[in-house]
Design a binder for this molecule. Structure first.
Ligand code: SAM
Length: 287
């Protein structure tokens, strides 16, 4: 069978055969471009030693290419209307398994233990955009044992995730992602490679999980400090931290000066080391 799932006419044929209706609220925009599908797998460095978790296989377009390259693919799909389709489109691949579930709720360490027999785990997905940030937050915060995350997301979100200090896109999401991973946009993707065509541009971002992270005195204090710092972007770091944490300016000013941070700077000009230093001096009573 040399029919591949990314051919637009084949996608239409399947949709018609099963009377499938795209769900906007589930973020269903399916890939119909073989080059993009291959490029995603190449940028993810997927080879025959890899276990892959895919989020939202749709009708199996990316899943199929992953299955051809990887050792094993487990794909979690929420829409039960897609299950009979996936049964059909991926029937010839013995190393692909579909799991019906919600990626925000499913027990991932249990899933990995059940489905993968050791070796590295990579996450690859064309994400449902309405829950991009919750998914990324979950995957990173739970500190599950994964190698890398390679996902297609809305372009602006990719830019915020990978932004460096000093850029207009830099914010608490950038610091959060940078704490856990090295982030890099690897591909910009036009609207035309999807069916139906979305309203936004897309990008593929690679998040390589860090072996070693920056040392923090307390993770919760760190993230609260970062959030408070960016709560009012136009204000100085002194003012936004003071408002965000409810601390006296005098006390905060001392902390900032101890960290070699000019209190008149803005949060967008501070790097992760600055936030780590500042948060290590915030008294626990303010968290
Ligand atoms: N991978 C396919 C492709 O590239 O053609 C489909 C990508 S589509 C952008 C997103 C997929 O995620 C849809 O199949 C949708 O049903 C599924 N999905 C949406 N919410 C989900 C959730 N909470 N858990 C798992 N899958 C979800």
């Amino acid at each position: 069978n040399d029919k591949r799932l990314y051919s637009p006419s084949y996608v239409k044929e399947i949709i018609n055969k099963y009377g499938f209706g795209f769900s906007k609220s589930l973020g269903q925009n399916f890939l119909i471009d073989g080059n993009i599908v291959r490029k995603i797998c190449e940028e993810g460095n997927i080879d025959s030693t890899d276990n892959v978790l895919e989020i939202g296989p749709g009708i199996g377009t990316l899943t199929e290419e992953l299955g051809i390259r990887a050792k094993k693919v487990v794909a979690v799909e929420l829409d039960k209307n897609l299950l009979p389709i996936l049964d059909d489109t991926l029937s010839q691949y013995e190393n692909i398994e579909i799991v019906h579930g919600d990626i925000l709720k499913i027990d991932l360490s249990k899933l990995f233990k059940e489905k993968f027999d050791g070796g590295s785990i990579k996450i690859v997905a064309n994400l449902p955009y309405y829950i991009t940030t919750p998914i990324i937050t979950r995957l990173l915060e739970e500190e599950i044992d994964i190698d890398s995350i390679l996902v297609m997301v809305q372009k602006e979100v990719a830019e915020r995730m990978s932004a460096r200090s000093g850029s207009k896109d830099y914010g608490s999401l950038s610091v959060f992602v940078n704490y856990y991973t090295e982030a890099e946009i690897v591909l910009n993707v036009p609207k035309t490679v999807f069916m139906p065509k979305p309203n936004v541009d897309s990008a593929v971002i690679r998040l390589k999980v860090r072996g070693e992270r920056i040392q923090l005195k307390d993770k919760e204090t760190f993230f609260k400090t970062v959030k408070a710092s960016f709560s009012q972007r136009r204000k100085t770091i002194l003012n936004s931290l003071s408002a965000g944490l409810g601390m006296e300016k005098e006390e905060l000013k001392d902390i900032l000066l101890k960290c070699d941070v000019d209190p008149r700077q803005r949060a967008e000009n501070l790097n992760i080391e600055d936030f780590a230093k500042i948060s290590s001096l915030i008294p626990p009573s303010f968290i």
